[in-house]
Ligand binder design. Sequence first.
Ligand SMILES: *Cc1c(COP(=O)(O)O)cnc(C)c1O
Length: 414
Amino acid sequence: MIENRDDLYGAPTPGALADEVFENYRRYVNPPLARVMKLSGSPIEVRAEGSTIWDQNGKAYLDFAGGYGVFTLGHRHPRVLAAVREQLDRFALSGKTMFNVLLGRASKRLAELSPGDLEISFWCNSGTEAVEGALKLARVATGRKKIVATHDAYHGKTIGALSASGREAFQTPFRPLLADVAHVAFGDAEVLDAALVDAAAFIVEPVQGEGGVIVPPEGYLKRAWAICKEHDVLFLGDEIQTGFGRTGALMCLDHDGIKPDILIVGKALGGGLYPVSAILADRSLMSLFQPGDHGSTFGGNPLGSAVAIAALDVLVEERLSERARYAGAKLMQGLRALQSPSIRDVRGRGLLVGVELDRPARQLAYALLERGIAAKDTHERVLRIAPPLVITDSEIDLFLERLEDALVAFDATT
Ligand SMILES: *Cc1c(COP(=O)(O)O)cnc(C)c1O
């Protein structure tokens, strides 16, 4: 697949390119990551298309990490690519002094596809930035301060979002964080009754992604939503990872007919081509953001709007939610049939799947990489699997074969 020298960024050989990248990482990017590069066999991504990534040696990898949900449409989906190119030929970023056609269209499209009357969106660039917006809106709308989140939640790494994230290890070095954030067990709605007193908002992922692909018990989210209503507390759905078909419905909360007060989206909204995120709320809630309350220089820019429109169209027209349901069931069935003493649990929803092992999953991720599969560990012992929703049946079979082989090696190395 390495067609020409362009794939080597001007380096004379793949080895020379790897040396350059390693040296730059070691000196200027991230020394520990440079060491990881050696451990993982130094693949450098130089090209990607559909469900495949190619490294500097022309070796192909099936992408079963899927950017944790970024590559829902695969890499460089032609429709999204065309939309970006078209807009690049007009202008790329908004001058911010005039109105913008594509921002209007993207907002309209997002509203049409979102549950209930969530029709006003605020656009930004990264997931964590969207979470910040949601937390600010919740505080200003309720006049209350307290935010309730769940243990092991992941909402991002800027200070506000990090405060809501439920991982001690990520938080400890940066304390003090936001005051008035409480964490409760994920999956137990009854603890919310006490926790939500005087709270502004409850923020939750419908399936915890980074936390190890934790699917809550049936009925949990609906009960949590009802308790929020009883306490007049805003329900914030963080669908940055679960959104846009990933779990077999457009939004994961759609499975339960839940309309969050604020919907937070990112990752796949960018069509795998450009960073885009947004928060959505109904008219009365969003109008409580007064002019000047919130803003983003790059948020809502025309390139981001162009990719979002194209991504949403592709999701609907290619019926990718359905595909996630079907392919997810096939994948889970295959995973459950694997005979490995290292596997503790297989769980997931749609094409967001976790394989929990009896020890850290990183070496398994490396073993997969060697075998031409890109996959990633999360929360130490979990292999998180989130391939593009356009993944084919035969690619899933190939993945399962290679995983089985990698597990043989992994099992032997206790
Ligand atoms: C990835 C993620 C975020 C943070 O998004 P960034 O774009 O990395 O800032 C927040 N919440 C969830 C559920 C995520 O998966």
